[in-house]
Design a protein around this ligand. Structure first.
Ligand code: PXL
Length: 283
């Protein structure tokens, strides 16, 4: 890895103490990709909010953030890139806009994963106000990484399980109406046995899909977005990074599918050496 490609990335996401999502996914993946990570934890939860977890704790850290940002500004701390995921509150989404304006170096890439919904439903605790705030944040990003449900909510279009090319085009047109960011739309499959990502930049669309494993997995959006961020910041094009992340996410899923007791996340860690190898092959 060339010395000047070493970057410091600010990751804004929750700490789900147990459950293989958010920061426990993003940090190891970005470290494996060769980057310095800095974090702004949006909330602390005992587990993530999905699947069979119930009764989880949730501490919203929104009120801690202004002092943290003020300290960083006083110390002249800046970041080469920003990657945001699950945020703790609507107010916090606005704070991330301040971060974009004050703490990211000029030309620093701003990647927003509007992690808030899946399978047609908002995650527990989010509402329309959060969706509206996330829509504004997406408008300020360089790259956004919604899944189909998030794209439907951001654009106000109905969620459809059936993914015709027309529906995907409609979602992408809708997203172009709210943000000029490049888009990586995840969970796209035009055939029953294939799933992947559609990446779009300046009217140039590219699809990359692999075989679908017919089981629902938690945390794959975070695995995908983290691997995408790592590959992109290592110099891969949007389309290439989108494909690297599909392959890595599939490898993590395949490493989990024979472990039915592992229902809360995917076992991505043993796949990290392969990701490192792939990134070393071409930059
Ligand atoms: O992986 C997305 C995610 C992140 N953080 C928390 C979650 C979820 C998905 O359910 O509950 C707390």
């Amino acid at each position: 890895m060339m010395k000047d490609s070493y970057k410091r990335i600010l990751v804004v996401q929750d700490i789900s103490c147990v459950g293989q999502c958010s920061l426990t996914v993003a940090l190891p993946i970005l470290s494996a990709c060769g980057f310095e990570t800095a974090i702004l934890p949006s909330a602390v939860l005992s587990t993530h909010t999905g699947g069979s977890f119930s009764g989880y704790t949730f501490r919203d850290l929104t009120d801690d953030i202004p002092a943290i940002l003020a300290h960083w500004q006083k110390q002249s701390i800046t970041f080469d890139a920003l990657y945001t995921g699950y945020l703790g509150s609507t107010r916090q989404v606005e704070m991330v806009e301040t971060i974009m304006d004050t703490l990211i170096i000029p030309g620093g890439v701003k990647i927003v994963d509007p992690a808030m919904a899946d399978n047609g439903q908002l995650y527990a605790g989010f509402d329309e106000n959060y969706v509206a705030a996330m829509r504004r944040l997406c408008a300020r990003a360089d790259i956004i990484l919604p899944n189909i449900t998030e794209a439907a909510m951001l654009t106000g279009l109905p969620y459809s399980e059936e993914q015709s090319e027309d529906y995907i085009t409609e979602l992408l047109t809708g997203l172009a109406g709210i943000s000029s960011a490049a888009v990586v739309l995840t969970g796209v499959g035009f055939e029953p046995d294939i799933i992947g990502a559609m990446s779009v930049k300046g009217g140039n669309a590219h699809y990359y899909g692999r075989h679908r494993i017919p089981r629902m997995f938690h945390g794959t959006g975070d695995v995908y977005a983290s691997a995408f961020t790592g590959a992109y910041l290592r110099g891969h094009s949007l389309h290439s990074a989108a494909a690297v992340a599909v392959d890595f996410t599939l490898a993590a899923i395949e490493n989990t599918v024979d472990a039915p007791e592992h229902w809360y996340g995917v076992r991505f860690e043993p796949m990290l050496p392969k990701l490192i190898e792939r990134l070393n092959e071409n930059g």
